[in-house]
Design a protein around this ligand. Structure first.
Ligand code: GRG
Length: 299
């Protein structure tokens, strides 16, 4: 397997899908749709949508695989929700950031109200897209809507963000609070990506816990690496403001455990993600390489 070529192929499917399944910038009101596309088209690693596509392909040789069930709309839906969360996270009332995906944040490029609405519209669009694209497979549509809504809801993504904001107001968050924040703010969407991909690919119910376990560990590792990069990299490389955690004296894995222990924890979680994936007994060479790449990422 040629990993760089395969990654390029999957990212190209995502970019094409975003173009196809999100309203054009000129759709009325053009300012709103331009802002939605501005943030989506700024790029990003496209990790979550690529996880959807590659998890679906894990099951391509099984009897339940339906080649007509296209995982691209599910991949686009999760990228829309992820991008909404970034737009809202950057707002002055949250993280108040100027730089995202190497560009001015949405509220800087447009204005706060437009950024708020663009985030709202991306979130809503994701569910409309799932309901529409999988209308011919109602059970699949229902499962995908539920999976994404649960991951993005008040107990997970938004709950993680709430606890993150509360933790910032205290001198020190506890390790338990930090785990809650990262499991929900970061790992929930990564778990959902693998499970949604598995569901579109026709994964048997008994394969879903392993996909979830893989996503949970990969998500936690991803966040620890994010903390390490915030402490050790620069804004130009990351495409977002570096060093913010230390300046805000924010409780992170690096603050609680130090750089070396954080790197070790990320490596252990990556190994756990790899064994959960291998336990599925499918041809997982691409996903295994992607997980390894995430562990060594520099941005
Ligand atoms: C506002 C509801 C709401 C939630 C915000 C996603 C989020 C929660 C905040 C963004 C800041 C942050 C550090 C989140 C943790 C998850 C994370 C590392 C997101 C960035 O994901 P990447 O690196 O981003 O995959 P790209 O731009 O590559 O898609």
């Amino acid at each position: 397997m040629d990993f760089p070529a395969e990654l390029k192929r999957q990212i190209a499917r995502v970019e094409h899908g975003l173009d196809r399944h999100v309203p054009a910038a000129g759709t009325r009101p053009a300012r709103l749709h331009s802002a939605m596309r501005y943030s989506l088209e700024a790029g990003g690693k496209r990790l979550r949508p690529v996880l959807v596509l590659s998890a679906a392909e894990l099951f391509a040789t099984t009897a339940a695989y339906d080649p007509a069930a296209d995982p691209v709309p599910a991949a686009v839906a999760i990228e829309c929700v992820h991008t909404y969360s970034l737009i809202h996270d950057d707002l002055p009332c949250m993280d108040n950031d100027d730089l995202r995906r190497g560009r001015p944040t949405a509220h800087k490029a447009f204005d706060e109200a437009t950024a708020l609405l663009a985030g709202d519209a991306l979130l809503t669009h994701a569910f409309s897209l799932l309901a529409t694209a999988y209308a011919g497979r109602p059970a699949l549509a229902q499962a995908l809507v539920r999976e994404l809504a649960d991951a993005a809801g008040s107990r997970r993504l938004i709950g993680g963000q709430m606890e993150d904001l509360l933790a910032e107001k205290k001198a020190d968050a506890t390790p338990d609070e930090l785990e809650f924040i990262h499991l929900n703010k970061t790992a929930a969407m990564i778990e959902a990506a693998l499970v949604m991909g598995g569901r579109v690919g026709g994964a048997p119910e008994d394969a879903l816990p392993a996909l979830r376990h893989c996503g949970r560990s990969l998500g936690l590792a991803f966040q620890i690496i994010d903390d390490v990069l915030d402490a050790t990299s620069d804004s130009a490389t990351l495409g977002k403001t570096a060093g913010k955690d230390a300046r805000a004296d924010k409780t992170t894995y690096v603050k609680l455990h130090g750089l070396d222990a954080s790197r070790r924890m990320a490596a252990e979680l990556t190994a756990t993600a790899q064994s959960a994936l291998a336990g599925l007994g499918r041809n997982h060479a691409f996903l295994a390489a992607l997980i390894a790449q995430m562990a060594g990422r520099t941005k």
